[in-house]
Write a protein that binds this ligand. Structure first.
Ligand code: ATP
Length: 236
Protein backbone atom coordinates (compact mmCIF):
# COMPACT_ATOMS: atom_id res chain seq x y z
CA UNK A 1 0.00 0.00 0.00
CA UNK A 2 2.94 2.31 0.70
CA UNK A 3 6.48 1.97 -0.52
CA UNK A 4 9.18 4.50 0.26
CA UNK A 5 12.51 4.15 -1.52
CA UNK A 6 15.59 6.08 -0.43
CA UNK A 7 13.69 9.14 0.72
CA UNK A 8 15.88 12.18 1.33
CA UNK A 9 14.53 15.46 2.68
CA UNK A 10 16.34 18.54 4.02
CA UNK A 11 15.00 21.92 5.04
CA UNK A 12 16.91 24.66 3.20
CA UNK A 13 20.63 24.15 3.62
CA UNK A 14 20.16 22.27 6.90
CA UNK A 15 21.14 18.66 7.56
CA UNK A 16 19.01 15.84 6.21
CA UNK A 17 15.82 15.54 8.26
CA UNK A 18 15.16 12.23 6.47
CA UNK A 19 18.18 10.43 5.16
CA UNK A 20 17.76 7.50 2.76
CA UNK A 21 14.62 6.03 4.28
CA UNK A 22 13.16 2.78 2.90
CA UNK A 23 9.86 1.39 4.16
CA UNK A 24 6.98 -0.82 3.03
CA UNK A 25 3.50 -0.76 4.52
CA UNK A 26 1.15 -3.50 3.35
CA UNK A 27 -2.62 -3.81 3.25
CA UNK A 28 -3.84 -4.84 6.69
CA UNK A 29 -0.91 -3.27 8.54
CA UNK A 30 -1.23 -1.05 11.55
CA UNK A 31 2.31 0.25 11.30
CA UNK A 32 3.75 2.32 14.14
CA UNK A 33 6.46 4.89 13.52
CA UNK A 34 8.47 5.84 16.57
CA UNK A 35 11.53 7.97 17.25
CA UNK A 36 12.78 10.72 19.51
CA UNK A 37 11.75 14.36 19.09
CA UNK A 38 13.14 15.70 15.85
CA UNK A 39 13.92 12.22 14.46
CA UNK A 40 12.06 12.86 11.20
CA UNK A 41 8.61 11.26 11.67
CA UNK A 42 6.46 14.26 10.76
CA UNK A 43 8.75 15.16 7.88
CA UNK A 44 8.34 11.64 6.46
CA UNK A 45 4.54 11.74 6.85
CA UNK A 46 4.39 15.15 5.16
CA UNK A 47 6.52 13.94 2.24
CA UNK A 48 4.21 10.95 1.70
CA UNK A 49 1.09 13.09 1.83
CA UNK A 50 2.47 15.57 -0.70
CA UNK A 51 2.67 18.51 1.72
CA UNK A 52 6.46 18.69 1.49
CA UNK A 53 8.62 18.27 -1.61
CA UNK A 54 11.68 16.02 -1.25
CA UNK A 55 14.99 16.09 -3.07
CA UNK A 56 15.53 12.39 -3.65
CA UNK A 57 13.77 9.07 -3.50
CA UNK A 58 10.45 7.68 -4.60
CA UNK A 59 7.13 7.17 -2.86
CA UNK A 60 4.40 4.86 -4.15
CA UNK A 61 0.89 4.68 -2.71
CA UNK A 62 -0.91 1.55 -3.90
CA UNK A 63 1.55 1.51 -6.79
CA UNK A 64 0.98 5.17 -7.72
CA UNK A 65 4.12 7.32 -7.87
CA UNK A 66 3.14 10.40 -5.84
CA UNK A 67 5.41 12.65 -7.89
CA UNK A 68 3.98 11.49 -11.23
CA UNK A 69 0.31 11.35 -10.27
CA UNK A 70 -0.21 13.20 -7.00
CA UNK A 71 -3.97 13.61 -7.54
CA UNK A 72 -4.55 9.88 -7.94
CA UNK A 73 -2.47 9.17 -4.85
CA UNK A 74 -4.28 11.82 -2.79
CA UNK A 75 -7.64 10.32 -3.74
CA UNK A 76 -6.82 7.16 -1.80
CA UNK A 77 -4.85 8.43 1.19
CA UNK A 78 -5.42 10.79 4.07
CA UNK A 79 -3.06 12.38 6.56
CA UNK A 80 -4.12 13.86 9.87
CA UNK A 81 -1.43 16.07 11.43
CA UNK A 82 -0.93 16.24 15.19
CA UNK A 83 -2.56 19.66 15.31
CA UNK A 84 -5.09 19.73 12.48
CA UNK A 85 -5.95 23.13 11.02
CA UNK A 86 -9.69 23.19 10.46
CA UNK A 87 -11.98 25.86 9.04
CA UNK A 88 -13.18 27.55 12.19
CA UNK A 89 -15.94 29.50 10.41
CA UNK A 90 -17.74 26.32 9.31
CA UNK A 91 -19.96 24.13 11.45
CA UNK A 92 -18.81 20.54 12.03
CA UNK A 93 -21.40 19.33 9.52
CA UNK A 94 -20.38 22.04 7.04
CA UNK A 95 -16.76 20.96 7.32
CA UNK A 96 -17.55 17.27 6.80
CA UNK A 97 -19.82 18.00 3.83
CA UNK A 98 -17.08 20.17 2.34
CA UNK A 99 -14.68 17.22 2.53
CA UNK A 100 -17.32 14.86 1.10
CA UNK A 101 -17.74 17.24 -1.84
CA UNK A 102 -13.98 17.29 -2.45
CA UNK A 103 -13.71 13.51 -2.32
CA UNK A 104 -16.93 12.91 -4.29
CA UNK A 105 -18.76 10.96 -1.58
CA UNK A 106 -22.44 10.54 -2.46
CA UNK A 107 -25.31 11.68 -0.23
CA UNK A 108 -26.23 8.28 1.13
CA UNK A 109 -22.67 7.25 1.98
CA UNK A 110 -21.87 10.58 3.59
CA UNK A 111 -25.00 10.52 5.74
CA UNK A 112 -24.31 6.99 6.88
CA UNK A 113 -20.59 7.52 7.56
CA UNK A 114 -20.95 10.87 9.30
CA UNK A 115 -23.63 9.37 11.51
CA UNK A 116 -21.53 6.29 12.27
CA UNK A 117 -18.29 8.06 13.17
CA UNK A 118 -19.89 11.06 14.92
CA UNK A 119 -21.79 8.61 17.12
CA UNK A 120 -18.63 6.58 17.77
CA UNK A 121 -16.76 9.71 18.89
CA UNK A 122 -19.83 11.12 20.65
CA UNK A 123 -19.88 14.49 18.94
CA UNK A 124 -23.22 14.26 17.08
CA UNK A 125 -24.74 16.99 19.24
CA UNK A 126 -21.85 19.35 18.43
CA UNK A 127 -21.86 19.00 14.65
CA UNK A 128 -24.15 22.03 14.27
CA UNK A 129 -21.74 24.25 16.20
CA UNK A 130 -18.97 26.34 14.68
CA UNK A 131 -15.62 24.54 14.60
CA UNK A 132 -14.11 27.66 16.18
CA UNK A 133 -15.97 26.77 19.38
CA UNK A 134 -14.52 23.22 19.54
CA UNK A 135 -12.01 22.07 22.14
CA UNK A 136 -8.68 20.62 20.97
CA UNK A 137 -9.95 17.05 21.40
CA UNK A 138 -13.17 17.81 19.52
CA UNK A 139 -11.14 19.26 16.63
CA UNK A 140 -9.11 16.07 16.57
CA UNK A 141 -12.25 13.95 16.50
CA UNK A 142 -13.69 16.03 13.66
CA UNK A 143 -10.45 15.75 11.68
CA UNK A 144 -10.48 11.98 12.20
CA UNK A 145 -14.10 11.72 11.07
CA UNK A 146 -13.19 13.85 8.05
CA UNK A 147 -10.54 11.29 7.11
CA UNK A 148 -12.57 8.20 7.96
CA UNK A 149 -15.58 9.18 5.82
CA UNK A 150 -13.30 8.84 2.81
CA UNK A 151 -12.47 5.25 3.87
CA UNK A 152 -8.89 5.85 2.67
CA UNK A 153 -6.79 2.93 1.51
CA UNK A 154 -3.86 4.50 3.35
CA UNK A 155 -4.48 6.43 6.54
CA UNK A 156 -1.57 8.32 8.08
CA UNK A 157 -1.82 9.83 11.52
CA UNK A 158 0.66 11.99 13.43
CA UNK A 159 0.38 11.39 17.16
CA UNK A 160 -3.33 10.49 16.95
CA UNK A 161 -3.81 9.67 20.64
CA UNK A 162 -2.45 12.91 22.10
CA UNK A 163 -5.35 15.02 23.32
CA UNK A 164 -8.02 12.33 22.95
CA UNK A 165 -9.79 11.27 26.12
CA UNK A 166 -9.41 7.58 27.09
CA UNK A 167 -12.80 6.62 25.65
CA UNK A 168 -12.10 8.33 22.34
CA UNK A 169 -8.64 6.73 22.21
CA UNK A 170 -10.28 3.32 22.76
CA UNK A 171 -12.83 4.07 20.03
CA UNK A 172 -10.08 5.11 17.63
CA UNK A 173 -8.18 1.86 18.22
CA UNK A 174 -11.34 -0.13 17.38
CA UNK A 175 -11.89 1.91 14.23
CA UNK A 176 -8.26 1.40 13.19
CA UNK A 177 -8.72 -2.38 13.47
CA UNK A 178 -11.97 -2.21 11.49
CA UNK A 179 -10.36 -0.14 8.74
CA UNK A 180 -7.46 -2.53 8.18
CA UNK A 181 -9.78 -5.54 8.32
CA UNK A 182 -11.64 -3.91 5.42
CA UNK A 183 -8.51 -3.68 3.28
CA UNK A 184 -6.80 -0.44 4.27
CA UNK A 185 -3.40 0.22 5.87
CA UNK A 186 -2.50 2.61 8.67
CA UNK A 187 0.85 4.28 9.26
CA UNK A 188 1.07 6.44 12.35
CA UNK A 189 3.61 8.12 14.58
CA UNK A 190 3.45 7.88 18.34
CA UNK A 191 5.50 8.44 21.46
CA UNK A 192 3.24 6.16 23.45
CA UNK A 193 5.16 2.91 23.24
CA UNK A 194 2.61 0.89 25.22
CA UNK A 195 -0.04 1.80 22.64
CA UNK A 196 2.29 0.95 19.76
CA UNK A 197 3.18 -2.35 21.34
CA UNK A 198 -0.46 -3.42 21.74
CA UNK A 199 -1.93 -1.94 18.58
CA UNK A 200 0.65 -2.39 15.84
CA UNK A 201 1.59 -5.52 13.93
CA UNK A 202 4.65 -3.71 12.56
CA UNK A 203 6.94 -1.02 13.85
CA UNK A 204 9.67 1.25 12.50
CA UNK A 205 12.17 3.16 14.61
CA UNK A 206 13.77 6.27 13.16
CA UNK A 207 16.79 8.08 14.54
CA UNK A 208 18.32 11.23 13.05
CA UNK A 209 16.42 10.67 9.80
CA UNK A 210 17.53 7.06 9.37
CA UNK A 211 15.57 3.89 10.02
CA UNK A 212 17.37 1.82 12.62
CA UNK A 213 14.81 -1.00 12.88
CA UNK A 214 11.66 -1.95 10.98
CA UNK A 215 9.40 -4.94 10.47
CA UNK A 216 6.94 -7.20 12.30
CA UNK A 217 6.61 -6.22 15.97
CA UNK A 218 7.75 -9.59 17.34
CA UNK A 219 10.79 -9.75 15.07
CA UNK A 220 11.89 -6.18 15.83
CA UNK A 221 11.24 -6.38 19.57
CA UNK A 222 12.59 -9.88 20.16
CA UNK A 223 12.52 -10.67 23.87
CA UNK A 224 12.71 -7.00 24.87
CA UNK A 225 9.85 -4.68 25.70
CA UNK A 226 9.45 -2.03 23.02
CA UNK A 227 10.52 0.58 25.55
CA UNK A 228 13.78 -1.25 26.34
CA UNK A 229 14.51 -1.72 22.66
CA UNK A 230 13.72 1.90 21.88
CA UNK A 231 15.97 3.18 24.66
CA UNK A 232 18.76 0.83 23.66
CA UNK A 233 18.63 1.72 19.97
CA UNK A 234 18.09 5.43 20.28
CA UNK A 235 20.71 5.95 23.00
CA UNK A 236 23.41 4.26 20.99
P1 ATP B 1 8.56 15.18 17.14
O1 ATP B 1 8.51 13.82 17.78
O2 ATP B 1 9.17 16.19 18.04
O3 ATP B 1 7.28 15.61 16.52
P2 ATP B 1 9.61 14.39 14.50
O4 ATP B 1 10.25 13.05 14.55
O5 ATP B 1 8.25 14.48 13.94
O6 ATP B 1 9.67 15.06 15.95
P3 ATP B 1 10.37 16.31 12.46
O7 ATP B 1 9.34 17.34 12.79
O8 ATP B 1 10.17 15.52 11.23
O9 ATP B 1 10.62 15.33 13.70
O10 ATP B 1 11.77 17.05 12.38
C1 ATP B 1 12.94 16.41 11.82
C2 ATP B 1 14.06 17.45 11.73
O11 ATP B 1 13.68 18.44 10.79
C3 ATP B 1 14.35 18.17 13.04
O12 ATP B 1 15.75 18.37 13.13
C4 ATP B 1 13.64 19.49 12.89
O13 ATP B 1 14.31 20.52 13.59
C5 ATP B 1 13.72 19.72 11.38
N1 ATP B 1 12.58 20.51 10.87
C6 ATP B 1 11.29 20.15 10.94
N2 ATP B 1 10.50 21.09 10.37
C7 ATP B 1 11.34 22.07 9.96
C8 ATP B 1 11.15 23.32 9.30
N3 ATP B 1 9.93 23.74 8.95
N4 ATP B 1 12.24 24.06 9.03
C9 ATP B 1 13.47 23.64 9.37
N5 ATP B 1 13.74 22.47 9.98
C10 ATP B 1 12.68 21.69 10.28
Amino acid sequence: MLEIRNLVKSYGNGPRAVDGLNLKVETGDIYGFIGHNGAGKTTTLKCISGILPFEAGEIFVDGIDIKRDPMAAKRIMRYIPDNPDLYTFLTGTGYLNFLCDIYGIDEEARRERIQKYAAAFEIESKLGDLVGSYSHGMCQKLALIGALIQQPKLLMLDEPFVGLDPKAAHTLKGIMHELVENGSAIFFSTHVLEVAEKLCNKIAIIKDGRLIAAGPMDAVRGDNSLEDLFLELTDA
